[in-house]
Write a protein that binds this ligand. Structure first.
Ligand SMILES: Nc1ncnc2c1ncn2[C@@H]1O[C@H](COP(=O)(O)OP(=O)(O)O)[C@@H](O)[C@H]1O
Ligand SMILES: [Mg+2]
Length: 292
């Protein structure tokens, strides 16, 4: 069962008033299920950061509503607790505190939420391990590379095990190699921790690594595109191959030499599912599955 984590309803944001008013968001309706990994793209100034700030209760809508984890953000009793517990932010400029070492930076959001200093330290070390920087726990931010600092910032965002990670151009200030590592890390956290991740990015490669791309223009969502699972895509290619056809159709068995009947049966079960899905998309309803 999927569960809705985010819902915006007719969300608009106007900055300023009169002649100089800027409609940064204009009737945005977006729903995100728990566990999704999605990219928000669009030209500079189209409202991406404004949207992210609204989702994280950093700013108030002019019109409409934002619901996150079942709460209407306009009615939150305690905004600070919501921000600390439900949301983890990763910004382009990581804004780590320069006088604190990596471990202490990761502990900052836990202060006031995790009572014991020892527990904070233990959790911070665990998170640093998760982002591959346990051996840099005692380093100050200026003793770390840009990519490492951003990984610390991600560990910090995870401090209170938030349901939602909001990343605003997290790879923007990094070289492409570090950028890819940050992205892979976010994708892994999405998988392993089940965190819902929303990434604002200009980078097409970043977006392609996500499951869904939302495109914005002039404060509006102009496209909302779900990508298929890469594994499913690969399996579909296998289903179309000579080997896949032999497994599914069974009339030319030459590609199957060396496979046991059990192996063929297992492969057939797997491929039937994706072949079925593919046909269902191409020609709905009545087309029979061509399986042997
Ligand atoms: N605090 C603000 N005051 C006035 N205008 C703002 C403010 N923040 C953003 N804007 C304007 O709102 C629009 C959307 O900005 P933003 O959400 O930052 O876009 P993006 O992140 O897509 O580049 C822009 O025209 C920007 O100039
Ligand atoms: Mg922005």
């Amino acid at each position: 069962m999927t569960e809705r984590l985010i819902e915006t309803r007719h969300l608009s944001k106007v900055y300023g008033s009169g002649e100089t008013a800027v409609r940064a968001l204009d009737d945005v309706n977006l729903t995100v299920e728990r566990g999704e990994l999605l990219a928000v793209m669009g030209p500079s100034g189209c409202g991406k950061s404004t949207l992210l700030n609204m989702l994280g209760a950093l700013d108030q809508p002019s019109e409409g509503e934002v619901w996150v984890a079942g709460e209407n953000l306009a009615r939150l009793k305690d905004v600070d607790t919501f921000r600390a517990r439900t949301v983890g932010f990763v910004f382009q400029l990581h804004n780590l505190l320069p006088t604190l070492n990596a471990r202490e930076n990761v502990e900052v959001p836990m202060v006031g939420h995790v009572a014991s200093a020892r527990e904070r330290s233990r959790r911070a070390m665990h998170l640093l391990e998760l982002v591959g920087l346990a051996d840099r726990a005692d380093h100050l931010p200026n003793q770390l590379s840009g990519g490492q600092r951003q990984r610390i910032a991600i560990a910090r965002a995870l401090a209170n095990e938030p349901a939602l990670i909001l990343a605003d151009e997290p790879t923007g200030s990094l070289d492409s190699q570090s950028g890819e590592e940050i992205l892979a890390l976010l994708a892994r956290l999405n998988q392993s921790q089940g965190a819902t991740v929303v990434i604002v990015t200009h980078d097409r490669r970043v977006a392609q690594a996500t499951q869904r791309i939302v495109r914005m223009k002039d404060g509006r969502i102009v496209e909302d595109h779900r990508l298929t699972d890469p594994l499913e895509e690969d399996l579909r290619m296998l289903a179309r191959s000579r080997l896949g056809q032999a497994i599914l159709q069974g009339d030319d068995t030459r590609p199957l030499a060396g496979l046991t009947p059990e192996e063929v049966a297992t492969l057939r079960r797997i491929l039937r599912r994706v072949a079925g899905a593919g046909e269902a998309e191409a020609a709905p309803a009545t087309l029979p599955l061509s399986v042997g």
